[in-house]
Design a binder for this molecule. Structure first.
Ligand SMILES: Nc1ncnc2c1ncn2[C@@H]1O[C@H](COP(=O)(O)OP(=O)(O)O)[C@@H](O)[C@H]1O
Ligand SMILES: [Mg+2]
Length: 333
């Protein structure tokens, strides 16, 4: 039975607008458009934000981590407004509670330092241990959680470990402060395809073993399907469908979710090699009035060109699409 808890994270009407260029070339891009979701109200969970490259996922993650100021709206973490967490003590609390896991583990670890030094540094700077001698025992606990051992990593340099092992290490490091929430932005896209699933499954295990919530950000619906409790599909800044993962991915309602589900997942590094092609579609779609998907949507109607759909609840999920908002008697989300 799901219990109702206070959500650990809640965003309301959250937007980020980027202004680029100057003068006549000045343009305004709404990278995140009135995002509204919560996490944790049904207990510890893995919540996924999925969408193509350039849909605003990383911008959303950065705002949640407090690294980027929202243009509008609010983010509440455990009842506190993230943008107003300013003082040193409060920042430290927040950094312990909300830990990032980054895309490229090879960038997380300096190639010049032994990986265990990095753990020691975290333990010391967050004052997790009182004396250096306590470190090995302390580290072992967290390494065990991610399926590694001190014996295996001690004295090693990053290049002596695989991408998968390094990502496990950065997850172990993130767990050291006993966070309530991990924000993992494309955590496996730089990892060999053969190792991806095992690292992704680790999040599932940690949810139970370390009681940690995970905001999993990905362009890959396959991994999302396996580990998520709920999923939000993001398109050019807008969350277009949100609900339990089986509902959304087994029986998608939004035409974009349907197409995303049937398209071959694009490996991220390749995406970045084709910025011109992508930014072509991207900026056009971002600039659209109405539904951002109208230009690609097989079911587009006249209203989709002019009016942005509002969220409605349909078959246990929220969906922003005029196909559903047109029908009568629906509850507004
Ligand atoms: N600092 C920035 N200044 C201007 N535009 C940005 C900035 N950061 C991201 N963008 C734009 O916002 C859009 C969303 O980017 P991003 O959040 O990185 O998407 P995703 O993580 O889904 O690939 C893209 O069009 C990107 O070019
Ligand atoms: Mg991104």
């Amino acid at each position: 039975m799901p219990h109702n808890h206070q959500p650990i994270l809640q965003t309301r009407n959250l937007s980020k607008v980027f202004i680029t260029g100057m003068g006549f070339a000045k343009s305004r891009l709404v990278a995140v458009n009135r995002a509204a979701f919560q996490m944790g109200a049904q207990g510890t969970e893995i919540f996924t934000i999925a969408g193509e490259s350039g849909s605003g996922k990383s911008t959303l993650a950065k705002m949640i981590l407090g690294l980027l100021e929202p243009t509008e709206g609010s983010i509440t973490f455990r009842g506190r407004n993230v943008t107003s967490i300013k003082g040193r003590k409060d920042r430290l609390w927040f950094m312990k509670e909300v830990q990032p896991v980054f895309q490229n583990p090879f960038e997380t670890f300096s190639p010049l330092n032994r990986v265990d030094d990095y753990f020691l540094e975290t333990a010391v700077s967050f004052r997790l241990i009182k004396r250096r001698q306590e470190a090995p025992e302390y580290l072992e606990k967290f390494l065990e959680l991610v399926g590694l051992s001190l014996h295996h990593i001690q004295g090693r340099y990053p290049h002596e470990l695989s991408g998968g092992e390094l990502q496990r290490l950065s997850i172990a490091r993130a767990l050291m402060t006993r966070p309530t929430l991990l924000v993992a932005d494309e955590p496996v896209s730089m990892i060999d395809a053969s190792l991806r699933m095992s690292v992704v499954n680790l999040f599932r295990e940690l949810k139970d073993k370390a009681n940690v919530n995970v905001l999993y950000i990905t362009h890959d619906l396959a991994t999302a399907y396996y580990i998520s409790d709920r999923i939000a599909i993001m398109l050019r800044g807008t969350i277009v469908e949100l609900g339990p993962v089986e509902k959304v991915l087994d029986h998608p309602l939004h035409p974009y979710t349907k197409i995303l589900k049937n398209s071959v997942p694009e490996p991220d590094p390749l995406n970045r090699l084709q910025p011109v092609r992508l930014s072509g579609i991207e900026s056009k779609e971002f600039a659209r009035a109405g539904c951002k998907f109208a230009g690609r949507c097989p079911s587009a109607m006249a209203i989709c060109e002019t009016q942005e759909p509002e969220a409605v609840i349909e078959d246990e999920r929220e969906v922003k699409c005029h196909l559903y908002s047109e029908s009568q008697g629906k509850t507004t989300a």
